[in-house]
Design a protein around this ligand. Structure first.
Ligand SMILES: NC(=O)c1ccc[n+]([C@@H]2O[C@H](COP(=O)([O-])OP(=O)(O)OC[C@H]3O[C@@H](n4cnc5c(N)ncnc54)[C@H](OP(=O)(O)O)[C@@H]3O)[C@@H](O)[C@H]2O)c1
Length: 247
């Protein structure tokens, strides 16, 4: 696969696995995150893959950083084929609504939702025909609404709506935009969310299939949605949860 692929939140979990999966398939991956240390590890881990991963330190919740990043990559790459807007946090704005501060609410919305608007607006010119954007939402945006995740759920619902709106805007340019809504996936974010190893293991085993999803299972779905095999799939929200929301 001779493609330039941008993955945000590539320094951990789902994004890291997706960056590596695309690079394994030969893509030129631009991995984005805030942690320089984990970014360098990501680059090193790609050395034996058929493609490559270059790390860029960017806070996607800050428009000026996104703008500078896109300007920088424009000098290196002519066109971008795939953008996976994946960066997200769940450790701010936690707890019932009454305990969520205005500042936390805004911080979560900037990173989990507004970052997609920043990324897409600034990178628009970089997309050629038959490009694909995949935005990472979550089942709590459209299927389950835990009381402890009000801002997270609302932002993720926004990701789905924004994806559909963008899909309709870019259809004529042949840029497809889809959302994914993973159920629980075994990543550092999910482990922190369950509070303790005990809480995490309990939830893990209660999943209908006996285990959470893996980052690789999500990466494969992102790869499919970005590929020509999904050429007629546009504006879709793909639930990836192993049947978690069925019962
Ligand atoms: N795990 C789940 O159960 C689950 C379920 C549904 C949806 N999701 C969604 O999947 C996405 C990835 O989550 P994950 O579970 O893989 O979590 P993770 O392991 O904590 O990874 C999150 C990634 O996002 C990056 N990130 C966070 N804030 C950022 C910022 N301001 N700027 C740039 N990068 C930022 C982190 O990098 P740095 O720390 O280096 O900045 C990290 O690479 C999130 O959008 C999450 O909401 C996860």
């Amino acid at each position: 696969m001779d493609k330039v692929v941008i993955v945000t939140g590539a320094t951990s979990g789902i994004g890291q696995e997706t960056a590596r999966y695309f690079a394994e398939k030969g893509a030129t991956v631009v991995g984005v995150g805030r942690s320089k240390e984990r970014g360098e590890q990501l680059e090193q881990s790609s050395e034996d893959l058929s493609g490559s991963i270059d790390f860029y330190q960017v806070d996607v919740g800050k428009e000026e950083e996104v703008e500078q990043f896109i300007k920088k990559i424009m000098t290196t790459y002519e066109k971008v084929k795939v953008l996976f807007n994946n960066a997200g946090v769940a450790d701010v704005a936690l707890g019932p609504l009454s305990r969520v501060s205005d500042e936390e609410w805004d911080r979560l919305f900037h990173i989990n939702l507004k970052s997609i608007y920043y990324m897409v607006n600034h990178s628009e010119r970089l997309f050629g025909k038959n490009a694909a954007i995949v935005n990472n939402a979550a089942i709590v945006g459209t299927h389950k609404y835990p009381s402890a995740l009000p801002a997270y759920s609302a932002a993720k619902a926004g990701v789905v709506a924004l994806s559909k709106s963008m899909a309709s805007r870019y259809a004529k340019r042949k840029i497809r935009v889809n959302a994914i809504s993973p159920g629980p996936i075994d990543t550092p974010l999910a482990r922190k969310l369950y509070g303790s190893e005990e809480g995490f293991q309990k939830a893990f085993k209660q999943h209908p299939r006996g285990s959470f999803g893996t980052p690789l299972e999500v990466a494969k779905a992102v790869y499919f949605l970005s590929s020509e095999d999904a050429s007629y799939i546009n504006g879709h929200n793909l639930v990836i949860d192993g049947g978690y929301t069925l019962s």
